[in-house]
Design a protein around this ligand. Structure first.
Ligand code: FE2
Ligand code: FE2
Length: 342
């Protein structure tokens, strides 16, 4: 666990990380690394790790957030089901940068038949020298629902980061059951925590990080394409085949409750490796992080214009800038159906 003068664990669901008021704070979102660390994935893992190294060196972040599918214990592609070994190798790799990092789980970190479940992985990640992680409140759906509060030197909360487990698969519990969602008890927990922060500071704004996109992200995209000016295009594109969004088939309440609560202004997800879109809908900027994946999707190496990282900068005046950090020099910004836009 990364604990220091600057980073403290307050309780089983809260960390504080002290930041400098006179300096911009840089968060690097990396997603869908899909590291296999098995006999079948050696070459692709090297490409992925080299890509991560390159982006970290380029952006020099203060904090790294991994939004799921970091490891990929999928036998046909990785050649191993041992996600304990995968998590250990990932931590050893990240610890070498001496930059604090945190993570949420995706739907692939604990594939069916893998060595560890999420609770086991949580225990491992808590041992990472620079890793900020906890399983979060007991009896809540998912593992790894917690807050990292960025605070100033007086302890005042400047920016809460909410980490949420968007769970794996729905009824039936396997890939073809469809994707799950952030469950109502998690939503209630999150809003309860944010309401307390809002009572302390009515102007507080928060970020949320989770793996799977919300249904409202797709809804907003479709509205934007139909010319709805209330949806503001920010950057990126939807490049998945048939403009696919890997959303849950179950309606969730997270987005509506977040709008109602008013504190969350930014949401970051991964999961769809070719989608990089960022837009603002009902006052919340939803962003697909650029993915790293070389192993999950076939032929991914050629899709270089969508891949990389996402840099989130909190400026000293409290404003936030979000930008793509592509691996190459070209990036796809084409949004199908929207020909003219800024
Ligand atoms: Fe993925
Ligand atoms: Fe995923």
């Amino acid at each position: 666990m990364y604990l220091s003068e600057k980073c403290k664990q307050i309780d089983d669901e809260t960390f504080t990380l002290q930041i400098q008021k006179d300096r911009d704070f840089k968060i690097l979102q990396l997603t869908d690394l899909h590291l296999g660390f098995g006999v079948l994935s050696k070459g692709k893992d090297k490409l992925a790790l080299d890509a991560v190294k390159k982006i970290i060196e380029k952006t020099k972040p203060d904090l790294i957030v991994l939004t799921g599918d970091s490891i990929f214990p999928f036998l046909p592609k990785a050649g191993t089901l041992n996600n304990r070994k995968q998590a250990k190798k990932l931590m050893a790799f990240l610890d070498r940068f001496e930059i604090p990092y945190t993570l949420v789980f995706g739907n692939h970190d604990c594939e069916m038949g893998s060595t560890c479940n999420k609770e086991d992985l949580a225990e491992l990640y808590k041992q990472g020298k620079y890793c900020i992680f906890t399983e979060g409140r007991k009896n809540l759906t998912g593992v790894g629902n917690f807050l990292i509060e960025l605070v100033d030197d007086t302890g005042k909360v400047l920016l809460p980061l909410v980490m949420l487990d968007s769970n794996m698969y729905g009824e039936g519990g396997w890939f073809f059951s469809g994707f799950d969602r952030i469950q109502d008890d998690q939503v209630d927990w999150c809003m309860e925590r944010l309401t307390i922060l809002k009572q302390e500071n009515p102007d507080i704004q928060a970020m949320a990080f989770f793996h799977m996109p919300l249904r409202e992200f797709k809804e907003a995209y479709e509205k934007m394409k139909l010319g709805d000016k209330s949806v503001i295009y920010q950057h990126g594109s939807i490049a998945e085949k048939h403009e696919y969004f890997g959303i849950s088939k179950y309606p969730g309440t997270f987005f509506d409750k977040a709008v109602e609560n008013g504190v969350i202004k930014w949401m970051f997800c991964g999961h769809d490796h070719l989608n990089t879109l960022s837009l603002t809908y009902k006052g919340i900027q939803m962003t697909y992080g650029m993915s790293i994946d070389y192993l999950g999707y076939n032929g991914m190496k050629k899709n270089y214009i969508q891949r990389g990282g996402t840099l989130i900068e909190r400026k000293t005046d409290g404003t936030v800038e979000i930008g793509m950090v592509p691996l190459g020099s070209v990036v796809s910004t084409r949004v199908r159906g929207v020909e003219k836009r800024k």
